[in-house]
Design a protein around this ligand. Structure first.
Ligand code: SER
Length: 319
């Protein structure tokens, strides 16, 4: 009987809702599912999140259990994580946050307290031994970063809980995500956001990656749409139990700068690679997402030109 009640719970909890993805995901979920309560939670509140909001640490199991009871949560989006560049500075803290939070929600689903989970993985699961062009879904995964190690381990836990306990957990290997509403925090791909802010403010940008460092990227609207699409898919069609490759657009800092110069003609960029270059050098340049396309009809909408246009319009609207 208790099991059946939990199965009926339709409300949604977002852990890490104040972050770059979480803040936009919260708004879109509330808009898409007006009949479901979407509870935003994080260590700190943010103006854009609205209500209901709960101060919540994604590693505090007891507090998460209380919130799940309080709001009759059926679905959890676990967006709290320490990203690649920051995780290199705090390896153990990163491992603890990234792993502990995942195991807490996986166990809640195993106990049938919740019935569905979204957990983001990353292109960081790949490493220097992975084929760099059109990186396949199944390939060598020997990550060279703490963040990548935690995401790869997380993927294996997701597959294990699905296969062994029937847990409905769904995941995407996000590329670098580009957005203007909420700043990113501590990633290697963050340059592709900073560059727009600096271009519009000062007309110049000092890039921490070299000019030809090509990486897989995606505009946030595509990433959120993919997330909602995967979560709405029939479980029988979600054949990848670890995490789906997802492709948007691939470009280098130089190609991005050229695209920005079409709007800001005197924009100039200089290159001063720092420690993040070593991380970027181990990641793929482009991704093969055939499984996502076949299994749940994924198709990216935003190319480089469209992304640049939206970013410039969006940041201008904030000024
Ligand atoms: N954008 C992330 C990072 O740079 C990759 O998942 O860490």
């Amino acid at each position: 009987m208790q099991d059946e009640i939990y199965q009926m719970n339709k409300n949604i909890l977002i852990l890490g809702a104040a972050g770059q993805i979480g803040s936009e995901l919260t708004q879109l979920l509330r808009g898409t599912y007006p009949d479901r309560t979407v509870v935003a939670s994080d260590l700190h509140n943010s103006d854009v999140l609205g209500t209901p909001f709960e101060l919540l640490d994604a590693t505090d199991e007891k507090a998460i259990r209380q919130i799940i009871e309080k709001y009759q949560i059926g679905e959890v989006y676990l967006m709290a994580a320490m990203l690649s560049a920051t995780a290199e500075k705090y390896p153990e803290k990163a491992w603890q946050l990234n792993m502990q939070s995942l195991l807490i929600v996986l166990n809640l689903a195993k106990e049938k307290r919740i019935n569905k989970i979204f957990w983001p993985s990353s292109i960081a699961v790949f490493g220097s031994t992975t084929p760099k062009q059109n990186t396949p879904q199944v390939t060598i995964t020997e990550p060279n970063t703490v963040y990548g190690i935690s995401k790869l381990a997380g993927e294996r836990w997701c597959a294990y809980y699905r296969e062994k306990y029937g847990v409905d957990v769904r995941s995407i290997r996000y590329p670098g995500l580009i957005s203007w509403k909420t700043p990113p925090g501590g990633g290697t791909t963050d340059y592709a956001i900073d560059i727009f802010h600096q271009a519009l403010k000062n007309g110049k940008y000092e890039c921490f990656l070299t000019e030809n460092t090509k990486l897989p990227m995606m505009y946030m609207d595509d990433a959120i749409r993919a997330t909602l699409q995967l979560m709405a898919a029939d479980l029988s069609g979600v054949k990848i139990c670890s995490s789906y490759n997802l492709a948007g657009v691939s470009f280098s800092p130089k190609e991005l700068a050229n695209a920005i110069q079409k709007y800001i003609s005197d924009f100039c960029i200089i290159y001063r690679p720092d420690s993040r270059q070593a991380i970027a050098d181990t990641w793929p340049q482009s991704i093969d997402d055939v499984c996502a396309r076949q299994d749940w009809n994924w198709k990216a909408k935003f190319d480089l030109e469209h992304t640049v246009l939206e970013m410039i319009k969006g940041i201008k609207s904030l000024q």
